[in-house]
Design a protein around this ligand. Structure first.
Ligand SMILES: *Cc1c(COP(=O)(O)O)cnc(C)c1O
Length: 381
């Protein structure tokens, strides 16, 4: 079976993890600091805080944004539930927006249609590590005085006009879940780009105490100063992550090479095959997180998933739109977001991971083209 996704283990993880066993295993120790330094050296992030997941990073961003009952937060419907849950947990109302015509990211030009006097924040998702048009988003944020949160869960090492994703909005949230490019089992990162929020972020992170300032010697004792939670990961997780980060170029180059082969294979063959590769806007430098094809019908997409599985190849759809979920419809009226529905119906993700071999990738390509040819022959109009 060729699986959709598999984490690349570099070999150094176990060495770093065993180092923690001889010292501190709880959070905010040497490995956490080394990870934070990596992010500031490589991406120039203003403030980085490792978290136990991207979901937790988003929860911190939701608390720091100050959203609560009566506030509205706009976000795409075509995303994972973790984009929405943190804001609902704060008592805010989630407003789902449609995707772009040409890619699954939130339709930026249509954003003002979703903004009311109650809107407090916008969450954008860089789907597949492909940047949202952040200049346009930040312009809207200034015009309407809104907080911008980048759900960059999939977007480590992706860029917008040369700027690292996650460094542009007020907050950036990353995931190191083992389905992502860089992994630590479970894991995440909150990036704080607006210095107004840094002190409070450290306090939330350390269970509502000023322990971070205490560790730096800025206060002589620490205590309870605000609300908070245990958002920081253990040193075992940070050690795992550091080993991965030290190999980021190797991992990214390997993924990119495979992504480009898929892209060249499926480009310009829409008329023949009836599938489109991802369209990457010129402002985006993506990170080869996902390779997907957009089929011209749901029947074709479902046929591909089913037949690839029989051929020993895992391929999946993505995100049932959140605005149509049973949970959301309990309290909200149905609305029509045709693009998010189209991506749910017609998008298929095919295997992409560092350790995918050349011959395995060729087998995937041959199988997809063969199945498309069969489907097109038997379903001619
Ligand atoms: C993976 C993912 C998350 C959740 O990340 P966790 O680290 O598993 O909490 C959130 N949003 C998006 C868009 C994701 O792809």
């Amino acid at each position: 079976m060729i699986v959709l996704n598999k984490a690349h283990i570099t070999g150094k993880e176990i060495q770093y993890i065993s180092e923690t066993l001889r010292g501190q295993t709880s959070g905010n120790g040497q490995f956490t600091k080394k990870c934070h330094k990596f992010f500031s050296d490589r991406y120039n992030f203003k403030k980085s805080l490792l978290t136990t997941s991207c979901t937790d990073a988003l929860e911190m961003a939701a608390i720091l944004s100050g959203v609560g009952p009566g506030d509205e937060v706009v976000m795409p419907s075509f995303t994972f539930v973790s984009t929405a849950n943190p804001f609902l947990l704060r008592g805010a109302k989630v407003v789902f927006a449609d995707s772009e015509n040409h890619n699954p990211n939130i339709n930026v030009a249509a954003l003002p249609n979703y903004i009311t006097k109650h809107t407090k924040a916008i969450v954008v998702v860089h789907y597949a590590g492909v940047a949202v048009d952040m200049d346009a988003v930040m312009r809207i944020s200034r015009d309407y005085n809104l907080i911008v949160i980048e759900d960059a869960a999939q977007a480590i090492d992706g860029y917008y006009k040369g700027k690292p994703l996650g460094s542009i909005g007020h907050f950036g949230c990353f995931s190191f879940h083992d389905t992502k490019n860089i992994v630590s089992g479970e894991g995440g990162l909150l990036v704080i780009n607006d210095s107004r929020f840094i002190d409070r972020a450290e306090i939330l992170w350390e269970k509502g105490t000023n322990r971070s300032a205490f560790i730096r010697g800025e206060v002589d004792k620490y205590g309870w100063v605000d609300v908070g939670s245990s958002f920081l990961p253990s040193e075992l997780t940070a050690a795992f992550l550091l080993a991965q980060l030290e190999s980021i170029d190797e991992i990214q180059n390997g993924r990119m090479r495979l992504w480009n082969i898929y892209f060249e294979t499926f480009s310009g063959r829409d008329a023949e095959l009836g599938v489109l590769p991802p369209q990457i806007p010129t402002f985006a430098k993506h990170n080869a997180h996902i390779f997907y094809l957009l089929c011209d019908s749901v029947e074709k997409r479902n046929f591909l998933i089913k037949e690839l599985k029989l051929a020993g190849i895992q391929a999946y759809f993505h995100y049932p739109p959140l605005h149509l979920s049973k949970y959301f419809l309990q309290n909200n009226r149905p609305q029509s977001l045709p693009n998010s529905h189209r991506y749910f119906d017609q998008l298929i993700r095919i295997p992409l991971y560092y350790d995918l071999t050349e011959s395995e990738q060729q087998h995937v390509i041959d199988s997809v083209i063969n199945l498309l040819t069969i489907f097109n022959r038997t379903n001619q109009k």
